[in-house]
Design a protein around this ligand. Sequence first.
Ligand code: SF4
Length: 683
Amino acid sequence: LDLRPTTTTTTTCGYCGVGCTLDVHVRDGAVAAITPTHRAPVNRGHACIKGRFAHTFSRADDRLTAPLVRRGDQLVETTWDEALSTIANRLTSIRDEHGPDAIAMISSARATNEENYLAQKFLRTAIGTNSIDNCSRLCHSPSAAGLTASFGLAGGTNPLDDLDRTDCVLLAGANPSEAHPVVGARIKQRVMAGARLIVIDPRRTELASLADVHLQARPGSNVAVFNAIARVLIEEGHLDRDFIEQRTTSFNDLAQLVQENRLDHAAEIASVRAADLVEAARLFGRAQHPAIVYGLGITEHAHGTDGVRALANLALLRGSVGTPKGCGILPLRGQNNVQGASDMGALPDLLPGYQPVTDAAVRDRFAARWGGALPGRPGLRIPQMFDAAISGELRALHVIGEDVAHSDPNANHVRSALRACDFVVCQDIFLSHTAELADVVLPAASFLEKDGTFVNFDRRFQRVRPALIPPGQSATDFTIVHRIAEAMGVDLGCRTPAEALAECASLTPIFAGLSHQRLDAEGPLHWPCQTPDRPGSAVLYLNGFATPDGRAAFAARPYLPPGEEPDAQYPYTLITGRRLEHYNTGSMTRRTQNTELLPGEALELHPSDAAHLGVVEGTDVTVTSRWGQATLAAHVTRDVAPGQVFTSFHFPHAAVNRLTSPHTDAVTGCPEYKVTAVDIGAG
Ligand code: SF4
């Protein structure tokens, strides 16, 4: 028996935002094995159990292999011709009858850059609306808003490799050992080599157990914690005064704000010891090369953008951003291409390269290349799309590769919104909860079957190459969007992914030097990459911040309470997150052997709460919030603090997003997944 692979294709992992380079070995049309690429600059021969082993979903029996169309209560197989003509007729009639803003699209952080570029071009030209968004709205939109306001650009400031030289990591609101394992391992290696580690997280994660200081701060208290650390840095003089004077603005506003906020008050808000806040500040303040790494525990809050800005303040106080000594600030992106989906303009207010739709000169430049006039009014954000569907303003929704009925907060509201639409189109690899509610479902290719690029969390463009042929009649999202446009009589141009990136580069200064040809020849490249003959900028702002005056801006943001807090009726705080073995809604990993490692989900609760509730390990508990109800088995653990409970959203049986609230970040509309007041009942 010869089990040797017949082909090996080097591509980029389609799970988390680390973007590991993987060698996919194929035999008889299926993946035989995946191994990490040894000389890859991002992962250096490392990969986690998702990237390495969670690939059998690609040939799962229930992959969608033919288009489906709704007949009554049923979705039945149909031809591509019928599916496309139905979509073209319905979208055209809704646009003509109700206007282009009656149609919206949710593009995909799982799709390639080129697919996102084509999708937003389709919506803006063939439909005539800016109502396109992607799931960064639900995770890192506060990073884009906060980092842009502080420094000028919507990305992390430094490469992952800078963790190799840091002497102190401040890790906030992230559990990379499970959600971004290659980064988690890199931090662990650095700690073993002597770097100090500060962890700010309500849970006792693996890295928290290795930390010099673990601030087990109450969910929703991030701004109070960061302002308290800023206060100690200023009071004790752990400042880069030259940097602050020469390269920043608004320092005095921050100094005044933190002076007015007592340390013991911040400690009380966060339920931590004031002495630990001081110790954390001193460790960070005395470091020569401090690094900040953060995740969704900072952004998915009612004041997530304030949290990002308060964290950015700490980097500015130490002069650790835009300088050779500093290791900057790194947002850990959740999905593989959530950075790229936003970079490509799958956003309601920004064209590719973060160019505003409200800027007439920008619109004219795109219109000259694309043909026709472009809409200038910003479109709907994802939560607004659901509200607009229920109010009747939005009539049609086109969803690419996102299971919003399972992944988005207040899921009952999302389902009502999908049912309220006159017409829903869904492109996916499986019949997701969202696809079940659609009128037409189109079978899409997985990342193992695609050609294009992803952008990882440290702004690296990396090539995605097809290792497999899409099964049955399924097709890449790139091909599907082209076919829909053609059925509507629109030619989107850029016939290949390479042509799409070339067109995007010609319209977008920060990507102007990028091309498939160059990525194939040189390997991954960071953006900004402005000319074809120079490398991209791995470290941002060495020659000035990308703000109008070239200076970074401190932000004086007071602590504000989360959207809801525990009370007599809902006395516990629910936090949601991810597990090592699974990924997001689990649609891919649950169809792999990773399910043998983690077959289901449970609700973590502290032993004191379990005793109070009369609950033991494995007891079914009913979790109730103001927004819905779910039943899970109890897992009694000291990893959560008393009064707090934790679970993931990987499993349909634990439909936790029926519980999460509609509260959103005041600036960006990012949902507050990390704080939901709940009650728990035994049985
Ligand atoms: Fe894939 Fe992320 Fe795991 Fe790397 S760390 S193999 S990118 S899931």
